[in-house]
Design a protein around this ligand. Structure first.
Ligand code: TRP
Length: 453
């Protein structure tokens, strides 16, 4: 991926799939999905989320890949090469660069916690303790500003080190082993949860919808999370698509990534909620939910310490393969548009994101009562700004561009190549033209109370 000359591409099709799936699967699946499902009361929220994934998320994922592959540049450059120099569509690229940068700043805070849990598991701090003590460990960690910032910084250094070498290297090799392992371990946890006394209650919580719990805020979170978990609306998939050259079949790739991502989130939820109920915890416990429940399960299993170590290692790895896809967006921008060398772009932007993330790190301790914006801590404000607004709006613009403005024939060739799937283009176009924009607009306006509360 050099500034001049030949653009570097993925070494193999597999490399691309793993990197894109690695971007999608992350904290969103294992940490955020269970936590917001808990906050919004389960079943009905899960249904809306699934509908958003299928009708809005996946079509936009395809559009992002296609825009990147066609443009062969970072999001700003890709929109420029598609829509012409000086076109206002470049703004969408800018929005994506900004969103991915802000997102990285607070993502690294939570990812840092997972590193601390790796150490906790390795030193046996999670073993042989009563459930309550284990769940209190989370509060002890996040209440210490220095610990949180230390782990956040370490995680950012790891992210920068990988992006420095280029996302193709390393990721491809590691993901092949680690992604299936993560999946297996989640299956094991799921199996264990099904045997626990909370199994029935956990299943009912996730799958029996109670529509009275669907507030406008829950709808917005479900929509926003569909973007978050599929890495949409902030340029990651455009950037990864730009490193594709082969005429790979982006429909079936997007389908596989979407299904995998959804399965992992569902298994994480199904592993966690039964334990929540069995241990008498609150499903709405918030950001600490995963950290407070999963170690309890392991502490009761044979070889629990080893498994807990493995779990948090894989969890941290999943976060890392996502964070690199966030940093890569702005790094690609500086390389492609400003001719910067990759190392300089990486370390400068990475350090900037680390600094910007410090108020988010302090939101759980020293500044937990500092709520300068909309009555929210810095962390909650940034999360709301990105997840509920910037990602859906970024995705909306992508949908509108690909649905209404991209020249039909060019777009069709990009999507279908040599393949004949007569139903695909019309269906995809319909979802992009009408369904995705309507969903985003209605849900956002509903939240602001335009339709009356
Ligand atoms: N999808 C990732 C997760 O679930 C996070 C992520 C990576 C992301 N790149 C993104 C979210 C771009 C939005 C936009 O953890």
């Amino acid at each position: 991926m050099s500034a001049s000359g030949q653009r570097i591409h993925w070494a193999s099709r597999m490399g691309f799939i793993l990197a894109a799936a690695g971007s999608a699967v992350g904290l969103g699946n294992i940490w955020k999905f269970p936590y917001i499902t808990g906050v919004h009361g389960g079943g009905a929220f899960v249904l809306v989320y699934l509908a958003c994934i299928a009708l809005v998320g996946m079509p936009i994922m395809m559009a992002e890949f296609l825009i990147g592959r066609h443009g062969q540049r970072d999001p700003v450059g890709s929109f420029e090469s598609l829509a012409g120099k000086g076109s206002p569509w470049k703004l969408v690229g800018w929005g994506a660069v900004a969103a991915s940068f802000i997102l990285l700043s607070f993502y690294a805070v939570v990812a840092g916690w997972s590193l601390d849990y790796v150490v906790k598991a390795a030193t046996g701090a999670l073993a042989g303790r009563p459930a309550e003590e284990i769940s209190n460990l989370f509060g002890q960690l996040v209440s210490s500003p220095w610990q949180v910032i230390f782990w956040q910084a370490l995680f950012m250094v790891l992210t920068m080190a990988i992006v420095h070498g280029g996302v193709g290297k390393g990721i491809e090799r590691w993901s092949k082993i680690l992604m299936p392992l993560l999946f297996l371990l989640l299956l094991l946890l799921f199996g264990r949860a099904m045997l626990s006394p909370g199994a029935k209650e956990g299943l009912a919580f996730m799958f029996a919808p109670d529509f009275s719990k669907l507030t406008p805020a829950a709808l917005l979170d479900a929509l926003g999370h569909a973007f978050f978990t599929l890495s949409l609306g902030a340029g990651s998939m455009i950037t990864y698509g730009s490193y594709l050259d082969a005429r790979s079949d982006l429909f079936s790739l997007s389908l596989r990534i979407t299904v995998l991502d959804t399965l992992i989130a569902m298994f994480a939820g199904l592993a966690i909620f039964p334990i929540v109920f069995a241990a008498g915890l609150e499903p709405s416990a918030g950001p600490g939910l995963v950290f407070q429940t999963i170690p309890i399960v392991f502490s009761e299993l044979p070889f629990g310490s080893v498994l807990a170590l493995l779990f948090f290692l894989l969890f941290a790895f999943a976060a890392l393969s996502s964070s690199i896809s966030m940093l890569e967006v702005s790094v690609a921008y500086l390389i492609d548009e400003k001719n910067w060398p990759r190392p300089r772009a990486t370390w400068l932007l990475g350090s900037g994101a680390l600094l910007l993330g410090i108020p988010s790190a302090l939101s759980f301790n020293r500044w937990s009562e500092v709520k300068p914006l909309f009555g929210k801590t810095f962390f909650d404000f940034f999360d709301m700004l990105i997840s509920s607004y910037m990602l859906p709006l970024g995705g909306l613009c992508v949908a509108v561009y690909a649905g209404w403005f991209w020249k039909g024939e060019e777009e069709k060739t990009e999507l279908l190549g040599e393949r004949k799937r007569p139903w695909l283009f019309p269906l995809w176009h319909f979802l992009l033209r009408y369904v995705a924009p309507a969903a985003v607009l209605i849900i956002i306006l509903n939240q602001t109370g335009v339709f009356g509360a």
